[in-house]
Design a protein around this ligand. Sequence first.
Ligand code: AHG
Ligand code: MN
Ligand code: MN
Length: 334
Amino acid sequence: MKPGKKIITLDEFTIEQTRLFSKATGGLSTLLRDIGLASKVINEKVNKAGLVDIIGAQGTENVQGEQQMKLDVYADDIMIRVLKTSVDCAGIASEENDDFIAYEDEYSCNAKYVVLFDPLDGSSNIDVNASIGTIFSIYRRVSPVGTPVVEADFLQSGRKLMAAGYVIYGSSTMMVYGTKLGVNGFTLDSSIGEFCLSHKDMQVPKDGKIYSVNQGNTAKYEQGLKDYLTYCMEDNEDKKALTHRYIGSMVADMHRTLIKGGIFFYPADRNNATGKLRLQYECNPMAFLAEMAGGKSSDGEKSILDIEPTELHQRVPVFIGSENMMDKALSFIS
Ligand code: AHG
Ligand code: MN
Ligand code: MN
């Protein structure tokens, strides 16, 4: 940071945005602060992931006598507990749990928002020290305030999102969140324990040079998709061969796509008619961020944000990225 440049914390930024709306009550800022707090706790644990075997060497208990938990179960537990004490969260749904949870105390019943999350995305990368993350979505509930939340509160389309974002535990820890006002990134300054504005008004470049997909699945793709991959790999009249990058953590692959441009996709294939990634916990929040930053999303036919969810753990084919690259990909597969 340049000397004399003012640091803007996540809190200061969200409160500033709240002031733009005369009717806003600040609930969204409180929720983002709470999610930020949970992610700082998760971040600490993620940083110690390699030490778990050493600390808990002789069995399943660590030095404090606590049971060792898998990191994704731990992250889930932290998110659920922090949001339960939040005055603005009426209930949650998580990729890790079969059903949603309604917080039934008086404060929670009077809260206006529900939060959906993938507590730890990219869990297969924990062992190899590659970037992982937490993905979240915030909706205004549709059930009456003053009552416990119901399933319909969690089955809203991405168009109805109030905010969505992720925290990436990478070479630095960052929160990126978006609303209809735009997308902004905050880097955790561990010396003060605050997320500070580092990536203002993020925009997905209109074009990119990187395609991101598990290309090992190619044999199972339909012909249009195979043709698109061939197009990506070859020099053409409109471009040189593209670069392939695939980390296998959606958070990390999407973070790169938002910053550098490109296309990320996890399509349907012969074995998985609806693809792998989950609409409510992964696809909608990432599609929302991309679209609010000028990019595009699709399930192959329409924007991810226009899908009406029918079940909590629904999977959908997903394509997200730079506008021009998305148009090209869709011309092959539609
Ligand atoms: P999760 O760790 O939450 O289960 O998500 C893993 C997801 C996503 O992060 C990534 O894009 C995808 O799985 C990778 O799947 P493949 O290994 O099949 O490529
Ligand atoms: Mn995930
Ligand atoms: Mn997960």
